[in-house]
Design a protein. Structure first.
Lengths: 274, 166
């Protein structure tokens, strides 16, 4: 190593730690806000230009047309499934508490703010996207984000003036209180590496089968109750285990999100420890 | 001028990595084209050429790739250490050297990102992350080495010809 390369290496190491410190102190938020604003159109252009190739490679077929059709059908299917699931949920709620007003309290006159996805996390270890709405639009950390078909996407984890980061429910650190709609079995839907969803802490005695709907339970106050998360894809039961492991398929393709809705009418509750 | 061009290329590379390459998923992970290009550049052109580009690319990818500032830069830094292997001249085949360095740099990159996430937020299953992210990422990056390395070889300026008089 020459003195020059040593100097560069030292400079990069110091710069990395300085940037990390500044980032923790949110000193770089204005820079990130401006950078996202400047590069968003470039990123969108590059992303759009590459998408057909990515589709082809990812599907290993002539996926352009098929992928678009598939996407359209999935969205249509998602809307229909959500309508059905919501109807079932309301019916179940009404039957169990015999009070439609209670349901209405859980589903107030929801107001949404639409947003476009402008960037995605580039690491393999997190599932985060950036949207083109921020503090100036009234967004706050903790707000809930859903797809246009109203299934759960994630929560706002960081806000800038004009942009915000959304941590998807597929992020390994994400955990959502959920229940299987048909059997009312409760558990926690957690994200996983590679973008899959696992429902944990479902008791061995709970009747869960493939195709059942999984919705938010509202326990903990972080999410409104009854928002559709997905459908049960696989159930694994082992006699020696306390819990079943339930794989959940999200209704929408979170890897291809382009537009989302932020629920601005729901205030996440912070429950203090006793 | 050389650094200006290099900086511009690095900025573009980071943008491509954040917006285009991230759409490709193989074995559940995204290939790190930027890292493979930097390592190939290191082997073909030398450490002195690659470090300024690494700095610009690292900062840019951190900003546009929604990473905590500085983490990408830190994760790319082991490339500088691996550059010593090239300087030693123990491995004579450039392609083999690129493959070895990409494997090492990929493992180091994902490990540094994982460690930084654990330090700042916790809650990560290290063994699972190693199985499902760190190792697959190294394998996928190795798979894209041959075309990237070939491109870098072709882009290398030819050595000046020497006449009999010189």
């Amino acid at each position: 190593m020459t003195a020059r390369t040593l100097a560069w290496t030292g400079f990069i190491a110091i710069a990395a730690f300085v940037l990390m410190g500044a980032g923790r102190l949110t000193l770089l938020d204005p820079v990130e806000n401006v950078t996202l604003g400047v590069t968003a159109p470039l990123q969108e252009g590059l992303s759009t230009a590459t998408r057909p190739v990515a589709d082809w490679v990812n599907n290993l077929t002539d996926a352009g047309e098929l992928s678009r059709d598939n996407q359209r059908l999935r969205e249509e299917n998602e809307r229909l499934i959500n309508d059905l699931a919501r109807a079932r949920e309301e019916t179940a709620q009404v039957q169990s508490i015999e009070d439609l007003e209670a349901v209405r309290r859980q589903f107030p006159e929801d107001s949404f703010l639409d947003a476009g996805v402008i960037a995605r996390d580039s690491s393999n270890l997190r599932s985060v996207v950036a949207i083109d709405r921020g503090r100036s639009d009234g967004l706050r950390e903790g707000m809930i984000v859903v797809t246009e078909g109203r299934s759960l996407v994630g929560t706002i984890s960081k806000t800038f003036d004009d942009y915000a980061w959304v941590t998807l429910i597929t992020d390994p650190k994400s955990a959502v209180s959920a229940m299987v709609q048909e059997s009312r079995a409760e558990g926690v839907v957690a994200g996983n590496y590679g973008g899959s969803l696992i429902m944990e802490f479902v008791g061995q005695g709970a009747a869960v089968k493939e195709g059942d709907f999984v919705v938010t339970s509202g326990v903990g106050g972080g999410y409104p109750a009854g928002v559709v998360i997905g459908r049960v894809a696989k159930v694994e039961k082992a006699e020696q285990d306390l819990f079943q492991e339930v794989s959940v398929d999200h209704l929408a393709s979170l890897a291809k999100l382009e537009h989302v809705l932020v629920i601005t009418s729901f205030e996440p509750q912070r429950i203090e420890e006793p | 001028m050389r650094y200006m061009i290099g900086g511009g290329i690095a900025f573009l590379l980071a943008l491509v990595q954040a917006s285009s390459v991230e759409q490709f998923k193989v074995l559940g992970v995204t290939p790190n084209l930027l890292l493979v290009l930097l390592v190939s550049w290191l082997v073909v052109r030398g450490l002195e050429d690659v470090l300024p580009i690494l700095a610009v690319a690292g900062v840019t990818l951190g900003l546009v790739g929604l990473q905590a500032p500085g983490v990408v830069l830190l994760a790319l830094l082991p490339i500088a250490g691996l550059g010593i292997v090239r300087e030693l001249g123990v491995i004579h085949s450039e392609l083999v050297l690129v493959l070895l360095l990409v494997a090492g740099a990929s493992l180091a990159y994902e490990t540094v990102v994982l460690m930084s996430l654990m330090v700042t937020g916790g809650g990560y299953d290290v063994l699972r992350a190693a199985n499902e992210v760190v190792l697959p990422a190294a394998i996928v990056n190795l798979a894209i080495v041959p075309p990237v390395y070939l491109f870098m070889r072709l882009a290398r300026p030819a050595a000046p010809r020497r006449g009999f008089a010189s």
